[in-house]
Structures are given as structure tokens and as C-alpha cells.
Write a protein that binds this ligand. Sequence first.
Ligand code: GAP
Length: 488
Amino acid sequence: MAKLTKLDDIVSLCKRRGFIFQSSEIYGGLASCYDYGPLGVELKNNVKKAWWKSVVQMRDDVVGLDCSILMHPMVWKSSGHADKFADLIAECKKCNTRTRVDHLTDHTEEHTEHIDIDTAMAKSQDLSNKVCPNCGAVGQFTEPMPFKLMFETQMGANVDDSMTMHLRPETAQGIFANFRNVLDTTRVRIPFGIAQIGKSFRNEVTTKAFIFRTREFEQAELEFFCEPGTDEQWFEHWKEARFNWYLELGLKKENLHFREHDADELAHYAKGCVDVEYKFPFGSGDWQELEGIANRTDFDLRQHQRGMRTLNKWYESKGDMTKIELADEAEEYLKGPLSYFDDQKKQRYIPYVIEPSAGIDRSALAFLVDAYDEEEVRGETRNLLRFHHALAPVKAAIFPLVKKDGMPEIATNIYNDLKKYFNCFYDQKGAVGRRYRRQDEAGTPFCITVDGQTKEDNTVTVRQRDSMEQTRVSTDQLLGHLRVKLEA
Ligand code: GAP
């Protein structure tokens, strides 16, 4: 049988070991939706913790937020999402499958998230030679049309006052909407950032490759507010900081690079954008976006000031966004609530924003792919996940060598002691070699075995996942020994 691709191996390991399951599997599954299992949720939480530590905890100039997913409809009118957050699609007249036009053109799918819809519409689209990815028909497409990507839902029980709402397609807008609240309630001064991790939703036309592109996903976003004119410098700062974060968490340098966006790819709000790309093992095995770092200028704060001035029109239109035109920028916009007054320079301005925007699910996939390894050990294949210690779902597994001679009792005591400090796992079933292999597949960096010698000299073996090396450590030094190694 042909060797499966690495992604297939990873999908199979994720299912087998409880990292990631298809959503609603008992009903045949729901396309492009996934559930994180017992090991997966630990991995994902660790990715989020590592992001938060680096972007918020370790910095004096960033604070956090956790905003609601549902927001006032004017948010999406002002941000441009209501009118512009769409993909250009064409339908195959033979099989009625709709495909993103940019996935049929010279642009490779791997390099495009969402091309600006105005730019896409302005381009003349010749689809006469394009092949339907579903049925193979050539040149059988309808005229391209925009397809809106935000999910709609209704809020409220009464027919009269129920409103059409949208699930947020990015977490960023909650941050912009709270800019004034944060300024008024904390001591932050520009330059400073506001960070948030949370779910976003997009009715993607094409989903893809396991958890790479799904319709519900988690983002980790930072909006870093700075004085206009200092934006380029902060852009460079965040490019470097974010790239290093992936390297520090163990992604191999040869699998990571930057890619500058071409002008026609830039989102409607961006002056410049660079992607951190990872060499994922699917599609053509090519580079694909892990994170975008954008210079959003003062676009969003200005737009929300216009939106705030438009609010009455929104009420008059009974919430029909197609009937609203955003108010022009009044002369006095510079003094509006989303402006900033620099007390030292005695200047008021609308801050510029640098935005590093990462996908938590996509990062988790990259960490899984990069950590995955297979090696031959004494004629058998050993599958393992060489996770960075900070990301490993379980830090230490504790085993009695056999289920007798007091070994389970000693091992249970060690387990109860260690689990106060980090995530541990106790296992006494089956041959110890098999237990090691299970932990290798879970990416557990240390296995601790209580054996016959433990009773004599109070030592246990500590086996390292990557080298399989075993050392004897005395039980009273075990916690300190592991903590030093885990934090290294
Ligand atoms: N606020 C800017 C923004 O949302 P984006 O490039 O559209 O920018 C940022 O998204 C990151 O979110 C991407 O680099 C990717 O990691 C993640 N992401 C976007 N769409 C996704 C999807 N459908 N499934 C999984 N992750 C996604």
C-alpha cells in the first residue's frame, strides 16, 4: 500500500489518541467542524497560554480583553465587513458547485485568504479555460458574483424588534469598539496594545485540510496602537516578535518564512501586510498562511467614529444596513471619542494600528505537524510528537512497573503530588514498553517508573521522550528535577 501523506498520519493519530474528532461524528459528522478531545484541548490551551504569556504577560505595554461574539450591527457596517467581506465565486453550470474565483485563477489557493472584493470585482475574469474542481467541466462557469462570508442569525423573540445579527468574522472589532473604555479605565498610554483570544466565524466557500481552514475557528489578535509616523517601526517590531514566538516554541526554521502581500491581495483596511507562512504538508506541499501582520493605519478607529455619527440613520432604516450610508468624516472627527490626546506633545490624533493576527487552530496544526516524527527502534516504528515542553498536553506520566509489591501505591502518591504543579497522567495497565509508546504518541516529555529498586533506595527512573534516555532520580528531588527540565 502507498505510504500515506504526513497529514493523513497526523489526522489518524489525532483521532486515535483523542486530540481532534470530527464534530457530530455520531450523526455522520459536520463538514469543516472539529472537536478537540482530551489531549487536543490541553494542546490548544497551551498554545493560547504561550501566546498570552508572550503578547500580554511579559509586556508592560499590552492589556487583554474578552469581548462578546455578537456585536451591534453598526460595528460591521463601520468596519466594512457588511459590504466588503465577501469572496468572488462562480457556479459550475454542470454540477452547480460554487468555487472561489481566485482558486480557479493563477493565484494559488495556498497564498490567498480573502482578496479585497472591490479589487476582485474590478478585474476582468476570464473563466473560459477554468476547470470545475468538482466535475471537471471546462469553461462552464456563471458570471462571478460576490458571496458574503459572515454568518447571520436573529436576536430577540419579538417579531417587531428582533434583529439580524452577525457572528464576528474577526475578534479585532471588539478591541476597536473598546478602545475608549480601555483608555479611560487603565493607565495605558500610546504606544500600547490590546490583545484578545476568541472564536471567529466565516462561511468559507472552500474549507480545507483538517483544521487549517474551517468555518468556526479561534483567533489570537493584538491591536497595537501607535502614533502615526511610528507605524513602520512598530510593524517591524511585531514581525520579528511574532516570527520568533513560533521558533521559540519549536517550529523548525526551515519550515517558516515571511511573505509580503501584493497590492491586490491587501484587505480593504490595510496599508501593508506580511504573512508568517509555514510549509504545511498538504495541497502542493507549499507555503501557507499561519499568521498575518497588518498595518491597519487609522482606518478602523476613523470608521467607528463615522459609524457613531451614523447611528440615528441606522435606527431610522430599521436596521437595514443596505439603506445606510456612513456619515462623512466631520471636521471635528479628530476630537472624537476614538481620538487620543498626547499630554506631553499636546497633540490629538487618531492612532495607527499594527495588528498581528494568528489562528490558534492553525498554529496547533503547525505545532502538531512539526512535532510529528517516526523512527525505527529495535525493528519497530516509534511514532512520537516532539512537542516543546510548554505545549505538551501532559508533562509527566507515572507508572508502577507492575501492579504489585506496593509499586502502585508509591506511584499513586507521586502522581498525586506532581499533579498539583503540572498536568500528569497515571497508567498501570499493560507492558511498560507499550505505556511508553502511548505517551510518545501523546508527546509527553517525561515518563516516571516506580520499580523494585524504588523501595530500596527511594529512586525512580525518569525516561525522556526524545532520547529515550533513562536516569534514576530520588523521589524527594523529583519535582525540582522535572520543573527545571520543563521550564528549560
Ligand atoms: N483581523 C485580521 C484577520 O482576521 P485574517 O488573515 O483573515 O486576518 C488571521 O485572519 C488569521 O486567522 C489567519 O492567519 C489564520 O491563522 C486564521 N484564520 C483565518 N481564517 C481562518 C479559517 N477559516 N480557519 C482557520 N483559521 C483561520
